[in-house]
Ligand binder design. Structure first.
Ligand code: SF4
Ligand code: SF3
Length: 540
């Protein structure tokens, strides 16, 4: 196997024996093949579109679910991945028959192996199949960005919202990664275009979420526990949460959020459920201890799944693109109501969660809520009460080096405000950082996809202060990344013209020295240093 798509890749170079995340070589191989056949399918749909033929939404959804399935910590279930490969090949054959002129399509468009040939084929189509280091780097950068974009699209699709332009781009870009005629310059341009569609995809999801559940508002979220049995829901899918809240109403079972599901509490629509009890635990990587002490069932709607301990494996359920062998999976097509009754029945037999924390945290600072506070914020900046904003959005991870972010937040001067989104916030959202004239010093916009809100807030501030360029704002970027959703967030920010982003705790292994050089030269991208050095650099 060879995988270097996440920040924790072995030795900062690539996982070759087994994944640091727990992904085994046989699963990695099937993920490689799933990406390959999805690229093949995309070559066919791109051709159909260029012939003026329509591509059905179901095909778009297949592409996005396939990509999502291969995101770090989403799906470890080999059988589920093999089924997706077979389904993709079937779909591709059906569409290929409609193509009027199939000349010049790459091999991936015509390949149709059977299950017994999958291993051998997978060995030939992984990341290392591209020999030129820079072309490989750019192809992977685009592919990982598309994985993140696909994840966000899929959540919008679950709320019956689609953007054909985003789907057509995802497929065109996937097909382009198989096009040997594209040069480094072409692929750099495609990378920026991926960022453009990243903005579109996040806007789509923002419309879908706020359209269905209202605009996030300032909310205090309890982090302690109640006395009833509970179900813990994790991941990013708000539609799954809605169905679970509906089905648990009046059953005596409480629902708690975990990790990236925390921001669900900020939406008005979910406040009507008295059994929506609070948030339990921290970022994804602490789940082994926290899922054990939760005692009740856990529903993973997306990444990040950590291979479970035997002690709670029978309480871990997956749905959507998530999966783990031996854990029960709940199916359901878009628009259908999923049946969570088995999870609820299990919860009723479990003890209540064990208290691991007490108190509350405050969030809900997505775009509309911050716009509502705009006058206060602008006054605070003008009076000097707020000297600077620092965007610390992104992912958390288990590496010790991430203690940097806790220390950085803690040591920030008291007149600096943190803007955050994603699970990166767990590194500092329980520190008591106080407020500035009633404006909390940590403004949490929501999930990683809500980084879109942070971009809108920056653009709004630029407008209010009458600036030409967003880089003239008193705003610094110190972003933490782990998986591929952070890649699309980064590309989206680059597309919006944001410069001098610091990215840590390490730069991606999939950036070749030359590609990293392009990002440094054109966008001022940098890694992180020590906390004290970076405080001087970013805040002074
Ligand atoms: Fe390694 Fe990350 Fe790939 Fe897992 S997702 S195999 S940890 S690079
Ligand atoms: Fe976290 Fe996995 Fe990325 Fe959505 S839950 S930010 S790492």
């Amino acid at each position: 196997m060879f995988c270097f798509q996440c920040q924790e890749t072995a030795g900062g170079k690539g996982c070759t024996k087994s994944g640091v995340c727990g992904k085994k070589p046989d699963v990695a191989a099937m993920q490689d093949l799933l990406i390959y056949v999805t690229k093949g399918l995309s070559c066919v749909t791109e051709r159909l579109r260029s012939e003026g033929q329509e591509v059905d939404k179901k095909v778009n959804h297949s592409v996005t679910v396939n990509l999502f399935t291969t995101i770090t910590n989403a799906n470890f279930d080999r059988d589920a991945i093999v089924s997706r490969i077979e389904e993709t090949l079937r779909l591709k054959e059906e569409l290929l028959a409609r193509v009027k002129d199939a000349s010049g399509l790459p091999e991936a468009a015509s390949w149709k192996g059977t299950r017994d040939e999958f291993e051998a084929k997978a060995a030939k189509v992984g990341v290392l199949a591209t020999s030129d280091e820079d072309i490989r780097s750019l192809r992977e950068l685009v592919t990982y960005g598309l994985k993140g974009l696909a994840a966000y699209s899929k959540h919008a699709n679950a709320l019956l919202q689609d953007d054909e332009a985003v789907d057509a781009f995802i497929q065109r870009a996937l097909a382009s990664t198989l096009n040997d005629a594209l040069t480094v310059d072409d692929l750099v341009a495609l990378t920026l275009e991926t960022g453009k569609y990243g903005v579109e995809g996040m806007a789509l999801l923002d419309r879908a979420n706020t359209g269905a559940y209202g605009n996030p508002e300032i909310t205090k979220v309890e982090i302690g526990v109640r006395k009833n049995p509970g179900i813990l829901i994790s991941g990013h899918d708000l539609r799954d949460l809605e169905m679970l809240l509906e089905q648990t109403a009046g059953t005596g079972v409480d629902v708690y959020t975990h990790s990236e599901m925390l921001p669900a509490h900020y939406y008005p629509a979910f406040k009507k459920y008295p059994h929506f009890a609070g948030n339990y635990g921290n970022a994804w990587w602490k789940q082994k201890e926290e899922f054990a002490s939760f005692h009740g069932p856990i529903l993973m709607t997306t990444n990040c799944v950590v291979p479970p301990a035997e002690s709670y494996k029978d309480r871990l359920w997956t749905t959507g693109a998530a999966g783990f062998p031996g854990c029960r999976h709940i199916d359901g097509a878009y628009g259908e109501v999923k049946d969570f009754s088995a999870i609820i029945a299990q919860a009723k037999t479990c003890p209540a969660p064990e208290e691991i924390e007490r108190g509350s945290i405050v969030g809900g600072f997505a775009h509309e809520q911050v716009f509502a506070l705009a006058d206060k914020v602008v006054d605070a900046v003008k009076s000097g009460a707020i000297r600077k904003f620092v965007v610390m959005a992104g992912c958390d991870g288990r590496m010790k080096s991430r203690e940097y972010y806790t220390e950085f937040a803690d040591k920030l001067p008291k007149d600096v405000v943190i803007l955050t989104a994603g699970c990166a916030k767990y590194r500092y959202n329980k520190l008591d950082l106080g407020d500035i004239g009633g404006i909390p010093r940590v403004l949490d916009a929501g999930q990683c996809n809500d980084s879109y809100s942070l971009a809108l807030i920056a653009l709004k501030l630029k407008e209010v202060f009458g600036l030409k360029d967003v880089n003239e704002l008193p705003l610094a970027f110190n972003i933490a990344w782990y998986e591929q959703k952070a890649v699309i967030v980064l590309l989206a920010l680059l597309y919006l013209g944001v410069k001098n982003i610091h990215l840590g705790p390490t730069l991606p292994a999939f950036l070749s020295p030359n590609v990293a050089g392009v990002l440094v030269k054109n966008f001022g991208i940098a890694g992180i240093g020590t906390v004290d050095e970076d405080l001087k650099l970013l805040i002074a």
